[in-house]
Design a protein around this ligand. Structure first.
Ligand SMILES: Cc1ncc(COP(=O)(O)O)c(C=O)c1O
Length: 449
C-alpha cells in the first residue's frame, strides 16, 4: 500500500474540539464580511493534503482557493522563501531596485502569451492587478468605459467590483462603483442567456456585443478595455466554446479595443497551459495574474504589451508590490511547474476527472453538466436535468458531507462543484478524492428523489 492510500483520514468528526475553540476566537474579532465554506481550521499542509487542528487530514481539491498549484509548502518554494528572507525581506520596488523582482518580471514576460515586448507592474493581489489594468488602459487610451462579462469575478476593491458581476452580495450597498462598465453575457452554453443552442446559435453572444452593444449604445472610441476570464471562475467554472474567443478577438480588433485577460484563477498552469486563453489561440494585450504565482505569498502582476504600459512615472505604484520574498516564491513556482512537468500532469489528471465525472453524470441526475480544462473542472448540480433548476442546497449538502469525510471541495456560481486540486496531484489521490465525492453524490441523489 502506498503512503497516499491512507488519505483522507478523519480521526474526529470535524469541527473537533480544538477547531471549535479556535472558531469561537475568530467569531469574537474577525470581520463579519467574510463567510467560511465550512469549519475547516487548517494547521498544516503538505502536497495535496491539508491537516486540521484536531488531526484530520483532507484531500485538498481547493488548492487554498486556487493558490497552491504546486501544492502546500512545496520544498522548493519553502527553500526559496527562507533563503530570500535571510537576505532581504522588503525594499519597495516602486522606489528602489532588487534582483528577485526583475527575475520574476522577466520570467512572467516569457510565459505570458504574445511575442511582443511586455512590461510588468507588480502588486499584491488579484484585485490590485485588475485595478492596475483599469488605470493603465484608461491612461493609455484616455477613455473611460469598460466592457465585462455577466457572471465575472474580478475582485472586490471598488474598481474591480465595478467589473465583478457574479453575486449581488458582492455589490450591495457599495454603489456608486466606478461608472462606465457595461456587462455583456458570457458564453455559458449550458444556460445560454439567449436560450439558444451551440453551434446553431452561430455565436450570437459574440455578435450581440458588436451589433447591439457597440452598434447601439457604447461608442467604441470611448472604451478603455474589455475584461475577460478565459474560463469563468467564481461564476461557475464555465468553459466557452472553442471558437468564441477567436470571434471576440476579431470584433475587438475591428474596433481597435483592448482585451485584458484576467487569469488570476485560471493562470499559472491551472488549465494545463500556462494561461487558459492559450486554449483558444487568442492573444490579449494585457494579462492579470495573482493567486498561484506566489504559492500563498501575496503577489499580483499586470503584464502588458509594452505599448499599452506607457503611463508616466508616478502615475501608479505600491509599497509592498513585488516583495522580494514573494518574488522568490514565484520564481520557485515557475521552475517547479517546468521541472515537474505540471502542465502535462494537469492535462492528464484533468482528463481523468472529466471522465469520471461524466460517468457519474450518466448515473446521477443531479449532475447536470460537466466541463473543464486541465485541473479547472466544474460539475453543475441541478434539481432536475430537464428544467436545469440550480441545485444550490444539494451542492451545499454535497460540499459539507465531503468535508466531513475528508475531501475539501467548494462550489462556484450557484451550484457548481469545483475540482481544482494542486497540479502535482497523483492519480491515486485524485481517485481517492473522487471516490469520496461519488459516495456523497450517491447519498445526496438518493435523498433528493
Ligand atoms: C478571476 C479573478 N480575478 C480576480 C480575483 C481577485 O483576486 P484577490 O482575491 O487576490 O483580490 C479573483 C479571486 O478569486 C479571481 O478569481
Amino acid at each position: 500500500m502506498s503512503a497516499e492510500a491512507r488519505y483522507p483520514k478523519i480521526v474526529v468528526t470535524p469541527p473537533g474540539p480544538k477547531a471549535r475553540d479556535l472558531i469561537r476566537g475568530d467569531e469574537s474579532c474577525i470581520s463579519k464580511s467574510v463567510v467560511r465554506w465550512y469549519p475547516l481550521v487548517a494547521e498544516s499542509g503538505s502536497g495535496c493534503i491539508v491537516r486540521d487542528v484536531d488531526g484530520n487530514e483532507y484531500i485538498d481539491f481547493n488548492s487554498g482557493l486556487g493558490v497552491l498549484n504546486v501544492g502546500h509548502c512545496h520544498p522548493k518554494v519553502v527553500t526559496a522563501i527562507t533563503e530570500q528572507a535571510k537576505k532581504l525581506i522588503h525594499y519597495s520596488y516602486t522606489d528602489f531596485y532588487y534582483q528577485a523582482m526583475v527575475d520574476l518580471g522577466q520570467e512572467l514576460t516569457k510565459i505570458i502569451p504574445g511575442s511582443f515586448s511586455k512590461r510588468v507592474f507588480f502588486c499584491n493581489s488579484g484585485a490590485e492587478a485588475v485595478e492596475a489594468a483599469m488605470k493603465m488602459s484608461k491612461w493609455h487610451t484616455r477613455n473611460s468605459l469598460f466592457l465585462a462579462f455577466s457572471g465575472a469575478f474580478h475582485g472586490r476593491t471598488l474598481g474591480a467590483v465595478s467589473l465583478t458581476a457574479s453575486k449581488p452580495v458582492q455589490r450591495r450597498h457599495f454603489f456608486p462603483v466606478v461608472p462606465g462598465v457595461t456587462h455583456v453575457p458570457y458564453p455559458y452554453c449550458y444556460r445560454c442567456p439567449f436560450h439558444l443552442s451551440y453551434p446553431e446559435c452561430h455565436l450570437w453572444c459574440a455578435d450581440f456585443i458588436e451589433e447591439e452593444v457597440l452598434g447601439k449604445y457604447i461608442p467604441t472610441e470611448n472604451v478603455a478595455a474589455m475584461f475577460v476570464e478565459a474560463v469563468q471562475g467564481e461564476g461557475g467554472y464555465i468553459v466557452p466554446p472553442n471558437d468564441y474567443f477567436p470571434r471576440l478577438r476579431k470584433i475587438l480588433d475591428k474596433h481597435d479595443l483592448v482585451m485584458v485577460d484576467d487569469e488570476v484563477q485560471s493562470g499559472v498552469g491551472r488549465t494545463g497551459k500556462w494561461f487558459a486563453i492559450e486554449h483558444f489561440n487568442v492573444v490579449p494585450e494585457a494579462v492579470c495574474v495573482a493567486k498561484a504565482v506566489g504559492s500563498g505569498l501575496p503577489v499580483g502582476a499586470l503584464v502588458s504589451n509594452e505599448e499599452l504600459m506607457d503611463w508616466e512615472g508616478g502615475s501608479h505604484a505600491t509599497t509592498f508590490g513585488g516583495n522580494p520574498v514573494a518574488c522568490a516564491a514565484g520564481l520557485a513556482v515557475i521552475d517547479t511547474i517546468r521541472e515537474q512537468k505540471l502542465l502535462e500532469n494537469a492535462t492528464k489528471q484533468g482528463a481523468y476527472v472529466l471522465n469520471r465525472l461524466r460517468e457519474m453524470q450518466s448515473r446521477f441526475e443531479i449532475i447536470g453538466d460537466v466541463r473543464g480544462k486541465g485541473l479547472m473542472v466544474g460539475a453543475e448540480i441541478v434539481k432536475d436535468p430537464d428544467t436545469k433548476e440550480p441545485g444550490s442546497e444539494l451542492a451545499q449538502d454535497i460540499m459539507t458531507k465531503c468535508f466531513k469525510r475528508g475531501l475539501a471541495i467548494i462550489t462556484a456560481g450557484k451550484s457548481t462543484m469545483r475540482f481544482a486540486p494542486p497540479l502535482i496531484i497523483s492519480h491515486e489521490l485524485l481517485h481517492a478524492g473522487l471516490d469520496v465525492f461519488e459516495g456523497v453524490v450517491k447519498e445526496v441523489a438518493r435523498s433528493a428523489k
